[in-house]
Write a protein that binds this ligand. Structure first.
Ligand SMILES: Cc1cc2nc3c(=O)[nH]c(=O)nc-3n(C[C@H](O)[C@H](O)[C@H](O)COP(=O)(O)O)c2cc1C
Length: 200
């Protein structure tokens, strides 16, 4: 089979999964970064993730995002990202529900998001989870420990306040900036502590 249409970028894309936790604005902000910087991104959305998106953003995910962004839904088992043979640089699950987090921790590949996270582990690729829940019960904490031991990065949606945010978007940017830092991607969503400190 010919692969003449494949470029290096086609083969090494980033994956963002959006699940049914509050905070889909974090995902929207990350998608905007990828879109503006012309970086390849595939989005996976859980059934409840779609509903929470509509509730919190006010329009459906398909209507909100530019048509160039590839979106697969949780039962799209034939989506190319579900196989380890498709190169993905890293996967971010943001926001990550406790349900999805638990299923990944226990290897229950019951939808494409959980299957792709499983693939990230077996292919030794970076996986970042951005959970949003409070307070955390002992089951949540144990599942996070299991995932951290397996090599995932647990990056809770916990914005800081030392950059003196005065908008919701500034709080959102704090978390998304940390995700981009962990992906090794350059951004100007917020200044580093060193830059902020120099200005003070
Ligand atoms: C509006 C709304 C907000 C929710 N927020 C959270 C949340 O912040 N964290 C969480 O773990 N679950 C939250 N849930 C519950 C999850 O959506 C639910 O556990 C669901 O089964 C998760 O499915 P998924 O992981 O396949 O997306 C929320 C549900 C709704 C409807």
């Amino acid at each position: 089979m010919s692969n003449k249409n494949l470029t290096t970028q086609d083969k090494s894309r980033y994956i963002l999964a959006i699940t049914g936790a509050s905070g889909v604005i974090y995902a929207k902000t990350l998608i905007e970064y990828f879109y503006k910087n012309k970086l390849p991104l595939t989005c996976l959305v859980s059934h409840i993730g779609e509903k929470v998106w509509e509730w919190e953003i006010g329009s459906s995910i398909s209507e909100t995002l530019p048509s160039e962004i590839t979106i697969y839904f949780e039962n799209d088992w034939w989506s190319p990202v579900a196989s380890g043979s498709v190169k993905a640089k890293a996967m971010v699950i943001m926001p990550c529900s406790m349900g999805t987090l638990a299923a990944i921790a226990h290897g229950l590949a019951k939808n494409v998001i959980i299957r792709v996270a499983d693939v990230m582990f077996k292919e030794k690729r970076p996986l970042i989870l951005v959970p949003r829940e409070t307070p955390l019960n002992i089951i949540h904490l144990k599942n996070m420990l299991t995932l951290a031991e397996a090599g995932a990065t647990i990056l809770p949606a916990m914005p800081g306040f030392y950059h003196k945010p005065n908008t919701v978007q500034a709080l959102v940017n704090f978390v998304v900036a940390r995700v981009l830092d962990h992906l090794g991607l350059v951004h100007n969503l917020m200044q580093s502590w060193e830059e902020l400190f120099k200005q003070s």
